[in-house]
Each structure stands twice: as C-alpha cells, then as structure tokens.
Design a protein around this ligand. Structure first.
Ligand code: NAP
Length: 312
C-alpha cells in the first residue's frame, strides 16, 4: 500500500516505550524508538523501586532501566535521540517531524510519560538550583544537616521525604489536607520517622531567599488562612506530574490536563496512533502499568498493520 521508513515509531524511552520496543521488535516489526534525553524516563531519578515484582528488597530505578534497555537491544530495537516536534497524520501513514528530519511510519506509539508539576508560585523558577528541586534522588545530597521541606502528600512526596531524612537535619512535609494521599505503608513509615514533621492543611504561599539561595518559606493554613514562616534551605516539590503531550495535543483527543484519551487498548482518537504509560488516561500510573501498556500498544500496532494489509 505504501513505502515507509518504519512499521512502528515509539516516542519515549521509559518503561512503556521500551516494553513496546521489545514486543514490536520481537514481532519482527521494523521499529524505531526516539528519546529526547536519556533512556529510562522517570525511573532514572527513582532511588529504589519496591513494588516491581521479582525483586524482593527492591531494585534501583537506573539499574532496572539498564536491564530493560539491554533486553530491547537483544531483539534488535533501533533507537535514536531527538525531540519530536510534531506528527502529521497522512491517513494510512504518519510523518514524525523530529529536529531537522522527518520519519515516515505506519503506526506511532506515544510513550512520552510525564514530568513533575511546578507549584506555579512567584520566585519558584529563579530558585531552581538554588534550593528548589523536583528530584530528591538528584539533589538530596546537597542538603546535608540542614532543614528542608517536601511539598505534596502523594507517594512521590512521602518517598522523597523518607529518602531525604538520610541527609537533612529535619524534613517538613507540607500537605494541603489533613490526610496523606500516599499508600498506607509509606504513610506509616513517614509518620514513625522522628526526622519528619508534617505541616497539615498547609500550602506554600511564598519564598524567602538571600544571595546564597532559599532561606525559608511562607506557609498558609488552608483552613484559617493564617501564614507562618519556616526556615529551610531546600524545598522538594512533589505535587504530581504533567503529561508530556504538547506536540500531539492538536492531533489526538486529550483531557483538560493534557492526558491522551485512550482506553485499555491504548488506541487514541487517531487510527494507528497508540498511547502507552503515564501520558494516557488511566487509573494507575506505575512501572507495572506502563509495562502492560507498552505490550498492549505493540500488539495493537501489529494488528492495525495486519488489518490494513500494507505491502512494501
Ligand atoms: P499524586 O499522587 O498526584 O500526588 C500529588 C500530591 O500533591 C497530592 O497529595 C496533592 O494533594 C498534592 N498537590 C497537588 N497539587 C498541589 C499544589 N498545587 N499545592 C500543594 N499540593 C498539591 O502524584 P505523585 O505522588 O507524583 O504520584 C504520581 C503517580 O505515581 C501516582 O499514581 C503514584 O501512586 C505513583 N507513584 C507510585 C510510587 C510507588 O508505588 N512506590 C512512587 C511514586 C509515585 P491532594 O492529595 O490534596 O490531591
């Protein structure tokens, strides 16, 4: 029916993208995986993953991702680096515009994941690298024996707070409600840790800084509106994630928050384009669900190609 460079182009090299790559290559589909930074996605900034089956006691995020990558390569997956700018839907073929080149393909699997959300408070951007961080694994060791805060009440915030007790003199976990969102096992560990103090019903209302960087934060009580100052030298923001879908938002249907609308079959609103992992609408975002999505997306891509009866 048409000549294309690849059967499948996968965008994103996290757990979902690499699993899709493994399945597609193993199915003998000519597959290219594009990654804009380093392979591994958010797992590259995860110290230990405790709930990936088969590794009692946990495994380091980067180590697990290295094994994923080796496994993909074993089946002949091609990879390249570059940032996808846009996708053009030509009907039965697609064009991926990446930096200064174009790739044509029959199907696309979008596995671009998500990045940490910002608080959106004045001064936040200028303090990044001067006290404000979005990654405890990357920056935690810079804050030895000083007070710090972690913002958020989800799994990431609580895991980061626990990890940061290795370095900081005190960790204030700032949460906007009176109950944490994190799973019970993490909550119990955090609440039992002497170095962690929870500032309940509190949000960040401002920053204090001097020439050396962050020196404190203004917290506002969400119930009374009262404000108070806490002294700290580091602030780790863990208030959820934003899907990396800007380049495709005008092509496929997305939610108000930017998540690609796709069900368990990973099919988007455009035939031949599939969405796997943290960037799609789903009830759970974990490595295990991303891996499941990657496998489904590759099989769906194969089915789509077969049904269209492409001939080179
Ligand atoms: P999340 O579950 O969406 O939690 C975000 C937290 O930030 C919530 O507690 C939320 O408060 C708070 N928040 C959101 N916007 C805020 C704002 N503007 N100001 C102050 N607080 C704000 O995000 P996450 O913790 O990054 O987790 C993302 C996904 O990854 C989840 O599905 C999570 O289960 C998963 N994850 C799993 C593990 C694990 O299994 N070990 C580890 C990390 C992440 P509310 O609670 O009031 O909404």
């Amino acid at each position: 029916m048409s000549n294309t460079d690849y059967d499948v182009v996968i965008i994103g090299g996290g757990p979902a993208g690499m699993t899709a790559g493994l399945y597609a290559s193993r199915a003998n589909l000519k597959t290219m995986l594009l990654e804009k930074a380093i392979m591994g996605g958010q797992m590259m900034t995860t110290t230990t993953i405790e709930n990936w089956p088969g590794y009692p006691g946990g495994i380091g995020g980067p180590e697990l991702m290295m094994r994923f990558q080796e496994h993909c390569v074993e089946f002949g997956l091609e990879t390249d680096s570059g940032t996808v700018e846009k996708i053009i839907d030509n009907g039965t073929t697609k064009t991926v515009v990446i930096d200064d080149k174009e790739i044509t393909c029959k199907t696309i699997i979008v596995a671009t994941g998500a990045i940490p959300s910002k608080l959106g408070i004045e001064g936040e951007e200028t303090l990044v690298g001067k006290g404000v961080s979005y990654c405890a694994t990357c920056d935690g060791a810079f804050f030895r024996n000083v007070p710090i805060a972690v913002i958020g009440g989800g799994d990431t915030a609580v895991e980061e707070a626990l990890f940061l007790t290795r370095f900081a003199s005190k960790v204030t976990l700032v949460h906007r409600r009176d109950q944490l969102r994190a799973t019970k096992i993490l909550q119990d560990r955090a609440l039992a840790n002497d170095k962690i103090e929870v500032a309940w019903n509190s949000v960040v209302d401002g920053f204090e800084s001097d020439t050396s960087g962050l020196t404190g934060a203004i917290l506002k009580d969400t119930k009374t509106g009262e404000t108070r100052k806490i002294e700290l030298q580091g602030m780790f923001v863990a208030v959820g994630v934003t899907p990396t879908t800007e380049f495709i938002r005008d092509l496929v249907d997305v939610t108000e928050d930017g998540y690609i609308k796709a069900g368990e079959d990973t099919q988007t609103s455009v035939p031949g384009i599939f969405s796997a992992g943290d960037n799609r609408t789903t009830v759970l975002r974990q490595v295990s669900t991303a891996v499941g999505d990657g496998a489904v997306a590759a099989v769906m891509a194969e089915k789509y190609i077969d049904e269209l009866g492409y001939q080179e």
